[in-house]
Design a protein around this ligand. Structure first.
Ligand code: ATP
Ligand code: MG
Length: 449
């Protein structure tokens, strides 16, 4: 058995798990009784025992779409375990036996497998083990690969059917509709499904579906993956990737070093959309999503004019994150998204909306008159002394009253605040998300939330 050394035992992950080390010559299962005590070096030592001839310095695991994520540190290991516990939980909720946690050592030479002293080895292959698959590995692995390829094909072709979706909890309610966490039975994956009631003609429904086509082409790590959309009666359901950290509006004040990494992702996401000639049009904290892997992704950008118009007919009000030129009904472009980045990050840094006279109680839609101060007054500044000069400058530039004075896409990417935090360090965000979620869970357990 792996002997863990960390001592941050937490209630959520005290249960034993099975780690399957995937090597070129076969699989090695080992059970870990206290995963929260496991550290990166322990696991590396175990891997090197299985692959003595190879130089292993890291390993990888697969996310829900089959992308490989590298683990090189305790933090990344923690993020992997957190991701795995969520997946395991989902599988249980859906009456499935959890798959083992599969890891792929990064090695050059082909190893020989031998038994590991101290590792509790289950079976290999693994036909009838209760903890894992009930089919031999060779078959299970093939069918897994096949089903993941098949899944990708099905999903990217938009073949999610309403009857294959099992709704779980409600994640939130916005101005347009309600978002649910849901399980897609055929694809064996968790989704976020936004359901919007729309009383419109079949012609308009078709127009919306064709306008949403572009979402299939969006492929960026900073943009939420779109899987499918369909109408059932007078409701449209939009199925996207589920982000287990939720949206940024529910987090309290975010420290600058975390906010910096989030800003990098947001700027890259927007730059990607702009390169496709898509304006986001609804940049705000509730449309910035995070997960426990430290990824930050944008959602809810207005690709379908018809959908935006149809929703606007039901929900009256003006978005408080809109640039002054939009509030006053002038023409607008990329620079309006840049303003919204500025005001959003200012709010996230302060922990309150930057215009104190605007009370945003629920949602971001306000009567137009209340937002007049955004048009009339000089934009607010971040208080000096509490934030770095680079950050203050970034916000000030994004929130220049005149659109042309705000940074263009290239200038945004080249801003010193963005450059400073463009270090690919997802751990910082991952750790922060995990800590906040745990804090929230603890508060919920104490009945305070
Ligand atoms: P608006 O309707 O103006 O966009 P909003 O963004 O607050 O307002 P929704 O887009 O309906 O409202 O989203 C409601 C909530 O659902 C969000 O605040 C977020 O917490 C959650 N949510 C949305 N999409 C996802 C997702 N893909 N993964 C996880 N949570 C999500
Ligand atoms: Mg939203």
């Amino acid at each position: 058995m792996l002997v863990p050394r960390l001592n941050n035992l937490r209630a959520m992950d005290t249960e034993a798990i099975v780690i399957r080390i995937k090597t070129p010559s076969g699989d090695m299962d080992s059970s870990v009784d206290y995963p929260s005590l496991l550290n990166f070096n322990d696991l590396l030592v175990a891997i090197r025992d299985v692959m003595p001839e190879a130089t292993v310095t890291a390993f990888e695991y697969e996310d829900e779409v089959g992308d490989r994520i590298t683990v090189r540190s305790d933090e990344e290991l923690k993020a992997m375990l957190s991701y795995y516990f969520n997946t395991m939980h989902e599988q249980r909720m859906n009456g499935l036996l959890p798959d083992p946690l599969q890891i792929f050592p990064r090695a050059g030479k082909t190893p020989g497998i031998r038994n590991i002293h101290g590792l509790k080895v289950n079976t290999r292959p693994n036909p009838g083990n209760d903890c894992t698959h009930t089919v031999p590995d060779s078959i299970a692995n093939n069918s897994l690969k096949k089903s993941s390829a098949e899944l990708k094909r099905i999903l990217t072709n938009g073949q999610i059917n309403a009857q294959d979706i099992h709704y779980q909890e409600q994640l939130g309610h916005g101005n347009g509709g309600t978002v649910y966490k849901a399980y897609h039975v055929i694809g064996n994956r968790v989704l976020a499904v936004k359901v919007i009631p729309l009383d419109i003609t079949v012609e308009l429904q078709k127009q919306i579906m064709s306008e949403l086509e572009i979402l299939y082409k969006c492929d960026s790590p900073y943009i939420i993956t779109f899987f499918s959309a369909f109408f059932v009666e007078n409701r449209i359901s939009i199925c996207t990737e589920f982000m287990d950290g939720g949206s940024l509006d529910v987090f309290k004040r975010i420290p600058e070093h975390v906010l910096g990494r989030i800003a990098v992702a947001v700027v890259k996401g927007l730059t990607y959309l702009w390169s496709l000639k898509i304006l986001h049009r609804d940049v705000k904290p509730s449309n910035m999503l995070v997960n426990t892997r430290g990824q930050v992704k944008l959602c809810d950008f207005g690709v379908s004019t018809q959908l935006v118009n149809s929703i606007a007919k039901t929900y009256v009000g003006t978005n408080a994150y809109m640039a002054p030129e939009r509030i006053s009904g002038e023409q607008y472009g990329i620079h309006a998204d840049v303003w919204s980045v500025g005001i959003s990050f200012m709010e996230l840094a302060l922990g309150m909306f930057p215009y104190p006279q605007i009370q945003k109680n629920q949602g971001s839609l306000m009567p137009l008159q209340l937002l007049q101060c955004i048009v009339d007054e000089d934009p607010p500044d971040l208080p000096v002394g509490q934030f770095s000069e680079k950050f203050v400058h970034f916000i000030t530039q994004c929130m220049r009253r005149h659109p042309k004075e705000r940074p263009a896409p290239n200038n945004l990417m080249e801003h010193s605040f963005i450059i400073q935090y463009d270090d690919g360090n997802a751990e910082v965000v991952s750790m922060w998300v995990c800590c906040c979620l745990e804090e929230r869970r603890a508060q919920q357990a104490q009945g305070r939330v």
